[in-house]
Design a protein around this ligand. Structure first.
Ligand code: FE2
Length: 319
């Protein structure tokens, strides 16, 4: 049971030649909106619950921001992904940006959400995908991904804490000279966490899910967080933690990709595999496809297949 171990990540230096191009991308793709989803599922749009952690997609299935090729097809990333994973085939899939400031605690210590052949967040509840990962029952169908995290600048705080030797061993911090470096590894099995980010004088500021982070556009180069019609914070972009994430699917070879890509899991397959294991364990719960929205089922599966909790994590601003 459990997740497969990840190899320690690779640290790259001097990753992006044209930093001005990144800044232009940031300006063109603004505004950024608060991180939500898995870590902040509450739906009260009027409540100031979100820390100043903003996100924007630059590349996904149906969208490519002009200029995002700078990251998507970065030759250094493709080469590092091959070196890290031993894979011959690297298929970049997504690029997104995190813009963060004034978070006195850290982000959540976590592993990224997994995908499996035939099952991803478009057709399967996230808790099911995570139970699939942590059960260890679906390794053969997991789509292996490599992630690169790139940092634009050095700011007050903003370390990346990660657990290269597994959640039970001491973490490592990447916390100095982070500007224009990238960490390339398997964030789907290696725990990682954003550390506290300054400025620290006012504590963790919080906004509603409708807040925006965007350039002021007055020629000063400043950006501002606005929420409910008011300016919450104003800062030069270079004082704000900017990181850009890149993900790629990796396949051992073109033959493997061809042979495995069609081997997709249905929800019935998923239920059958879970139930066989639950019977073997003597667990009372069954994976009932009619109860996927039932928190009781989710909790019961989480008890049988618990996620690890890494040692030595920062407190999280996400609760
Ligand atoms: Fe992550």
């Amino acid at each position: 049971m459990g997740i497969r171990p990840a190899a320690p990540p690779l640290l790259l230096h001097d990753v992006i030649d044209d930093l001005g191009a990144v800044e232009r991308l940031l300006v063109e793709q603004a505004p950024n909106t608060p991180l939500g989803g898995w870590y902040s599922p509450e739906s009260d749009l009027g409540a100031a619950t979100r820390p100043l952690w903003f996100q924007d997609d630059w590349v996904h299935d149906t969208f490519h921001a002009p200029g995002s090729e700078l990251f998507l097809h970065h030759p250094g990333y493709v080469e590092a992904a091959k070196r890290f994973s031993g894979a011959e085939v690297v298929v970049p899939t997504s690029v997104y940006v995190n813009v963060m400031t004034a978070i006195t605690e850290g982000g959540p210590a976590h592993t990224d959400n997994p995908r499996f052949l035939g099952r991803d967040r478009t057709n399967t509840p996230m808790w099911v995908l995570r139970a699939m990962l942590w059960s260890g029952l679906f390794h053969d169908h997991e789509v292996h991904q490599v992630t690169a995290i790139w940092w634009m600048n050095d700011v007050e705080g903003g370390a990346l804490r990660y657990w290269p030797d597994g959640p039970d061993r001491a973490p490592v911090d990447h916390d100095t000279a982070m500007a224009n470096t990238a960490l390339v590894g398997d964030n789907h099995t290696m725990f990682h966490q954003v550390g506290p980010i300054g400025p620290f004088g006012s504590g963790t500021l919080r906004v509603t899910p409708r807040a925006e982070f965007a350039p002021i556009g007055d020629g000063s180069g400043d950006w501002a967080v606005t929420d409910r019609g008011a300016e919450v914070l104003r800062a030069p972009l270079h004082d704000v933690r900017v990181s850009v994430l890149w993900k790629a699917d990796v396949w051992a070879s073109a033959e493997e990709l061809e042979a495995r890509a069609g081997d997709t899991l249905s929800m019935v397959d998923v239920a059958r595999t879970f139930d066989a294991d639950l019977v073997e364990r003597g667990a009372a719960v069954r994976f009932d496809l009619d109860r996927l929205d039932d928190p009781v089922l989710k909790a019961a599966l989480a008890e049988v297949y618990p996620e690890a909790v890494p040692i030595g994590a920062f407190a999280s601003a996400f609760g």
